[in-house]
Design a protein around this ligand. Structure first.
Ligand code: 6R9
Length: 568
């Protein structure tokens, strides 16, 4: 196959089969396939033992690096440790850590045992954690000293959680069910018999938010690597000598599909910076590491735009060859700005936790239309459906529901313990993404917005239900609705509307207290940036809160006809 930038879209699409990736990965249908092994042992067998797999830095300037042979040995070591604890294949093992090497290598180690890796953001508070660990019946959790207190708070409500593994315990005292494990000091395991997982064996469980109910566990399988490998190669244009940087945290699907599996199945060297946003340190990192391929997100790009071009000129970013973005609509201004500032445009990529891989995108070499997400990845059959009939709209420029024909390798196989929720995502043989778009005469997709009440803040989906549940736990709150409010940097932030119980009166102190409570219990992202105290909330005749009315007000959009659903 020629390089991605030389691919002819029409030709490749017409002749596409996923067996292209199977062959390149030497996978034969019916044989065992294991992501942990594919991303480490296989790369070593190809003669890359000494090649750097991970170069890691944190904001304090600490630095660690690992070759592919280190990945192989250390993931073996973690796998052996997990097996010795008595964890069985298919049991869920959570990774609850900052972006430290143990997180990335632990992910491979867990998969090598046949257990399911369940990554969660280390920023999560105890309530967010509890909901997800309880639902998954998680058996063990890897964490750091600084986060263990959150688990201690909830462990009594988690009878299935048998082991709390602290990777930096040092001499600090451990409590019940806690055990220390130091990856870099452990005796390295040369030979570990990788559990023979197959294409349909469960691999990763990612929790994602919907409109209704608590977050859903999206169930991925080992065969997903087929799509993640090929999209990394063709869309991110990964090549043997690349230095790849993905900004995403593995608590988010981008951080696993394209922050672990994609680059390492391609044998690429990746760099990780465990720190929040800071333009100066980001540019310094790109310059120092000679980053060639950069996968980022619109919120980060907007923050960089705010810092201006002068700071760009003070750094040598000439190593950058290919830029891509995911998570939210990529504004045309951002594409144009990056072309001017970095000499390269950001390529938009659209996908979801549920798709497991990029499904609509601007492939390298394809002319970019700034503001469009591009076209379906070869092998993905996409369309937009009429909002009411769910039939494909065969007209250009009309908004419809983004829909995909099921069956690509990395599509999730279900939601954990929630068959009904999964089935509801399909109509007329199409998988519905829950987003709206239109298609132009050249087949390019233009994103128009979500089709539900999920809030997309800085690329992270936050479910209104989870926030509302947490709000209701506050003694002053009678009813609540969480909706999106526009934000110049994060695109959307959370705004909560609250009615108070008798005896409580609105005040700035109360607003702040409620906000802080959500930040601690859920996460900083889920924290409402504003709370509006109201006398009543808009409701349907059957008493359901209509968030759409509140949301439209925030966005100054017309609400449309509500006469059929609401009281006067
Ligand atoms: C990978 C990821 C999925 C939702 C998706 C959509 C939004 C993602 C986008 C985009 C506009 C893009 N989204 N990419 N919207 N343009 N290029 O983001 O997974 O967290 O499950 O979110 O994000 O609304 O449905 P996930």
């Amino acid at each position: 196959m020629p390089r991605a930038s030389c691919l002819n879209y029409e030709e490749v699409t017409a002749n596409f089969t996923w067996s292209i990736a199977e062959k390149e990965l030497h996978y034969k249908p019916g044989e065992p396939i294991n992501i942990g092994w594919m991303c480490s042992d296989r790369i070593c067998q190809m003669g890359n033992e000494r090649k750097l797999a991970l170069i890691w830095e944190n904001f304090q300037g600490e630095h660690r690096q690992y070759t592919f042979d280190d990945l192989r040995l250390l993931s073996n070591t973690i796998a052996q440790f997990v097996c010795d604890l008595g964890i069985k294949p298919r049991e869920r093992v959570c990774l609850f850590m900052d972006r430290i090497p143990e997180l990335y290598i632990g992910f491979l180690g867990i998969l090598k045992t046949g257990a399911v890796a369940q990554p969660l953001f280390s920023a999560f508070g105890d309530e967010s954690l509890l909901v997800r660990l309880k639902d998954a019946g998680t058996a063990a959790i890897f964490t750091q000293k600084k986060h263990v207190h959150k688990i201690r708070k909830i462990r009594d409500q988690l009878p299935d959680l048998r082991h709390i593994i602290v990777v930096d315990a040092g001499d600090s005292p451990l409590q019940e069910r806690e055990i220390a494990f130091h990856m870099d000091e452990a005796r390295r395991v040369e030979d570990f018999v990788v559990f023979p997982t197959f294409a349909e064996s469960p691999s990763v469980l990612h929790y994602t938010s919907g409109t209704t109910g608590q977050p859903k566990g999206a169930q991925h399988v080992h065969y997903s690597i087929i799509s993640q490998y090929l999209t990394s190669k063709w869309v991110l244009d990964l090549q043997p000598n690349d230095i790849y940087w993905c900004n995403a945290d593995p608590g988010w699907v981008t951080g696993t599909s394209y922050g672990i599996i994609g680059p390492w199945s391609n044998g690429a060297t990746q760099v990780v910076l465990d720190s929040g946003f800071n333009a100066e340190s980001w540019y310094h990192f790109i310059e120092k590491q000679r980053v060639t391929v950069w996968y980022s997100a619109p919120t980060a790009i907007r923050l960089l735009m705010k810092e201006g071009k002068e700071i760009v000129r003070r750094h040598d970013l000439s190593s950058l060859r290919h830029l891509a973005s995911v998570g939210e609509p990529l504004n045309p201004e951002a594409v144009i700005w990056s072309q001017e500032a970095y000499g390269r445009p950001f390529h938009d990529t659209f996908w979801q936790t549920e798709t497991g891989c990029i499904v609509i995108t601007n492939l390298p070499g394809m002319p970019i239309k700034a503001g469009s997400m591009g076209k379906p990845f070869p092998g993905i059959t996409a369309t937009v459906l009429d909002l009411t009939t769910f039939e494909p709209i065969n007209q250009t420029g009309i908004a419809g529901l983004i829909a995909l024909r099921p069956g690509w390798p990395s599509q999730i196989r279900g939601y954990w313990n929630n068959e009904a929720g999964f089935n509801a995502k399909f109509k007329n043989g199409w998988y519905l993404c829950g987003d709206r778009a239109s298609i132009d005469a050249d087949g390019y997709y233009w994103f128009m917005g979500r089709d539900d009440d999920v809030i997309n803040t800085g690329g992270h989906l936050v479910g209104p239900f989870e926030i509302e549940s947490a709000l209701l736990e506050h003694p002053a709150v009678h009813e609540s609705a969480a909706v999106a409010k526009p934000d110049p940097v994060n695109m959307e932030v959370v705004k909560a509307f609250v009615t108070l119980k008798p005896g409580y009166t609105p005040s700035d102190e109360l607003e702040l207290e409620i906000m802080n409570r959500i930040r601690k219990k859920l996460s900083p992202l889920a924290m409402p940036q504003e709370i509006e105290f109201v006398d009543s909330l808009p409701k349907t005749r059957s008493g359901k809160i209509v968030r759409r009315v509140l949301r439209c007000k925030e966005f100054h959009e017309p609400v449309g006809d509500l006469s059929t659903i609401m009281d006067d």
